[in-house]
Ligand binder design. Structure first.
Ligand SMILES: [Zn+2]
Length: 466
């Protein structure tokens, strides 16, 4: 059987994927902090992990994909103060918006989307385990993970201690035993959200939520943990520290997640797209400009997931052309039909994706299939096979071939000359005023040929597509 390979950030090697349990593959990816619209950098991670899930599902029957919602965070609290809204109203609104945006990009909802605030009791329990094991301590209402208690700390990112302290931008706080120690629990003031705990009323730090929710919904260890490259340090490093040390697995970093997959940054003119740099584009804004979500998906998959991807209008327009061509060929060959491909044949079609999600190679394969399907000298029997291959690749990439007709109709509508439609309607109104009904009817027919239906009402004439 063809092997599936991924680059494991933990071992820094491309490895053959060996499931912990072939009857149930388990994935976790860090989800959004819900206080604002998500930008395209956030979307890249979600699209890549949705693809990863699709690829694994071509081989394994059961794949559970967990991706969390961070609904308690200082950024959310700041947003609530700025807007005068309730925290729960903000988190509900932006969770719904995030999920709508993800669906527009062709992502399926994760199998489980746990919310941090539903898991505070489990977080308190894990913090207690870490204190009991000598890896965490209480200080001044805070509970901190003591980094020097875990000599393998830094194994994922490969950062030295000095780089860790500089990179984490940790303030030297009086309640810390060591500058690298990170917060598991912190106190909440009266006007801040908080939960009762053995250390007083407070709230969890960000890192502990992923350790707790992944373990609860997937069990330990699980197969693949993912996220953007910017999460590798400190977030993922801290997740490993918590999850390994809470269970006496200090010697084995893979006792939490066996494979770590990190995607590269989205860049704009070579610079990382980020909120802090202010060079970000919201998913919602691109959709509102009329760009189809699947075009955005194609753009986000156009480079290898491991590499940076530069976002530009030119990229979008290339992907619009590519999607139009894919959908046109799918519709034009509809009467040719498909056949069931053998397992070996499917493996060949998916070889690029099985090879560390090599999407540029998969795109090249699609272009080759399109060219062959567009040729006049290829037999129907051969085209039936080519069409089946194309559909398998498109399905796995999440390109929704079933939407071909809708998309092309919409694309037609957007290229419709609206000024011409309005001009003909005005001419028809004038003809009616002059009682030239033959001319008015002729104009109505002309518009009908363009796919336009007219509606005469008290406010004048309006139009819609047939
Ligand atoms: Zn996380």
């Amino acid at each position: 059987m063809a092997q599936i390979q991924f680059t494991n950030s933990l071992t820094r090697k491309k490895e053959v994927f060996e499931p912990l349990d072939p009857t149930h593959i388990r994935l976790y990816a860090c989800g959004p902090t819900v206080y604002d619209y998500a930008h395209l950098g956030n979307a890249r991670m979600a699209v890549i992990f949705d693809l990863l899930r699709n690829v694994l599902e071509t081989r394994y029957e059961k794949v559970t994909y967990v991706s969390n919602i961070t609904d308690i965070d200082d950024k959310i609290m700041t947003r609530a103060k700025e807007t005068g809204k309730d925290i729960s109203d903000i988190t509900k609104l932006y969770t719904a918006i995030y999920n709508e945006d993800m669906a527009a990009l062709g992502n399926r909802a994760p199998t489980i989307q746990p919310h941090a605030t539903d898991h505070v009791a489990e977080m308190i329990a894990q913090i207690e385990q870490l204190i009991d094991a000598g890896h965490a301590y209480e200080s001044d209402g805070h509970v901190l993970f003591h980094v020097p208690s875990f000599p393998k700390y830094g194994g994922l990112s490969g950062r030295s201690r000095d780089e860790q302290i500089a990179g984490a931008r940790v303030e030297v706080a009086s309640y810390k035993k060591d500058a690298a120690d990170f917060v598991l629990w912190k106190p909440s003031s009266e006007d801040e959200p908080g939960w009762p705990s053995p250390w007083g009323r407070g709230r969890p730090g960000w890192h502990i939520e992923c350790s707790v929710m992944s373990e609860k919904h997937l069990g330990l260890p699980f197969d693949i943990h993912g996220g953007g490259a910017d999460l590798k340090f400190p977030h993922h490093e801290n997740e490993i520290a918590q999850s390994c040390c809470a269970h006496g697995n200090e010697g084995d970093l893979s006792a939490f997640a066996k494979t770590w997959i990190h995607n590269g940054f989205l860049t704009v003119e070579g610079e990382k797209m980020s909120k802090s740099l202010g060079n970000f584009t919201l998913i919602r804004d691109v959709l509102d400009e009329g760009v189809d979500g699947i075009v955005i998906r194609l753009a986000l998959l156009s480079a290898s997931y491991k590499k940076p991807l530069d976002w530009s209008k030119e990229l979008i327009s290339r992907m619009e052309k590519m999607l139009k061509r894919i959908y046109t060929v799918i519709l034009d060959t509809a009467e040719i039909g498909t056949i069931d491909l053998s397992e070996t044949h499917k493996n060949d079609v998916l070889a690029a994706l099985y090879n560390d999600l090599n999407t540029p190679q998969a795109f090249a394969d699609i272009h080759r299939l399109l060219s062959d399907l567009e040729r006049g000298d290829v037999s129907s029997e051969d085209k039936e096979v080519l069409r089946s291959e194309l559909l398998l690749l498109c399905d796995t990439l999440g390109l929704k071939p079933e939407n071909a007709e809708n998309y092309l109709n919409k694309a037609d509508a957007s290229t419709l000359d609206k000024a011409l439609v309005q001009k003909l309607i005005t001419e028809r109104d004038a003809a009616k005023q002059n009682k030239d009904y033959a001319r008015a009817d002729a104009l109505r027919d002309e518009l009908k040929d363009m796919g336009i239906a007219l509606k005469d009402g008290p406010e004048g004439t309006t139009w819609e597509r047939l």
